[in-house]
Design a binder for this molecule. Structure first.
Ligand code: PAP
Length: 313
């Protein structure tokens, strides 16, 4: 691996401390840890046909998707007043990240079924056995401008860098050159989007903005797709609405664990849980983009996605 890394294109993010060098492997920018994890997963991971994968580009709604899926699949074991989500970060409820090494488990939550496996690995770099086993994949995506603003603020705050020392313009330029964690953004989204057209029976795409507008039908689709459909009785009893409330941004953000807990405990590189719950506002990009930036990114989105039929604006 060491020899291989010397041959890969590298980029040092000047405005970040916590993500100093990104490497371009299989046309994707990522940290050394995640590139190594991807390679190991590609070499060793043996999918089970019943595995379900929760895929996303960072900052596209991963935390929300994990919370919803966890609440859906554990609803026979817990109700909304006993759910582990009340005391546990969603990333810890569904902890097995494919690129960080998977040990399948059900954590005694779902009887015999395994917990879904989250990953940020792009579609084209997924281990072949996931595709060959026809595993189900849920992909959540979000508009590029809000992803960029979320990404910028997450890392800036994680590193405690004041705004004046981390110019948004620098992050913007990098992002527009495709350089970001798991970037280019457009390749990540297009990879899963194209795959969902080829294999709609096993790949479900969820759009963050649509989920905000109409959570009920999207949560129903999600539950159906992953094999935990709601019964009519559950629908009448308001189980879907209760899950939506439990997993709402406002509720999760207000919980003590998500205000004061840390992702990796007291490890020096740990991340405060609160950073996963910033604003969750559609269109927050308007507070960051200049007129020229809007023009530039709209043109970029048109260039990259215009001919594909995928609408992101
Ligand atoms: P990750 O990839 O690092 O896990 P991810 O969860 O994908 O991050 O993205 C974080 C964004 O989701 C944040 O957006 P913002 O920066 O624009 O505020 C975060 O606020 C938002 N988010 C977190 N939880 C929820 C939720 N329950 N509902 C809606 N949005 C949420």
């Amino acid at each position: 691996m060491e020899e291989m890394f010397k041959t890969l294109p590298q980029h040092t993010c000047s405005w970040l401390k916590s993500m100093p060098t990104l490497y371009k492997y299989q046309d994707v920018w990522n940290t050394q840890e995640f590139v190594e994890g991807t390679i190991l997963a590609q070499q060793n991971f043996k999918a089970d046909p019943s595995d379900v994968f929760l895929c996303s580009l960072p900052k596209s709604g991963t935390t929300w998707l994990k919370a919803l899926v966890f609440a859906i699949i554990t609803r026979e074991t817990f109700d909304v007043s006993t759910s582990p989500l009340l005391t546990t970060l969603p990333h810890h409820c569904l902890p097995n990240c494919l690129e960080l090494g998977v040990e399948r488990s059900n954590e005694n939550y779902t009887n015999s079924r395994f917990l879904p496996i989250p990953t940020h690995i792009p579609y084209n770099s997924l281990p072949q056995s996931i595709i060959a086993s026809n595993c189900k994949i849920v992909y959540i995506y979000r508009n590029m401008k809000d992803v960029l603003v979320s990404y910028y603020n997450f890392f800036r705050e994680k590193d405690k860098i004041p705004v004046e020392d981390a110019p948004f313009e620098v992050a913007f330029d990098e992002f527009c050159h495709g350089i970001s964690w798991c970037g280019p953004y457009w390749d990540h989204v297009l990879g899963y989007w194209r795959a969902s057209l080829d294999r709609p029976e096993v790949i479900l795409l969820l759009k963050y903005e649509d989920m905000k507008k109409d959570p009920t039908s999207n949560v129903k689709r999600l539950a159906d797709f992953i094999g935990y459909p709601f019964t009519i009785k559950e629908e009448e009893e308001g189980v879907i609405e209760n899950i939506i409330k439990l997993c709402s941004f406002e509720n999760l953000k207000s919980l003590e664990v998500n205000k004061s807990g840390k992702l990796f405990g007291d490890h020096p590189d740990s991340t405060e849980n609160r950073l996963f719950f910033r604003k969750a506002k559609d269109g927050d990009w308007e507070n960051y983009f200049t007129h020229q930036m809007v023009e530039k990114i709209d043109k970029l989105i048109d260039d990259k996605l215009g001919a594909t039929g995928l609408v992101l604006k």
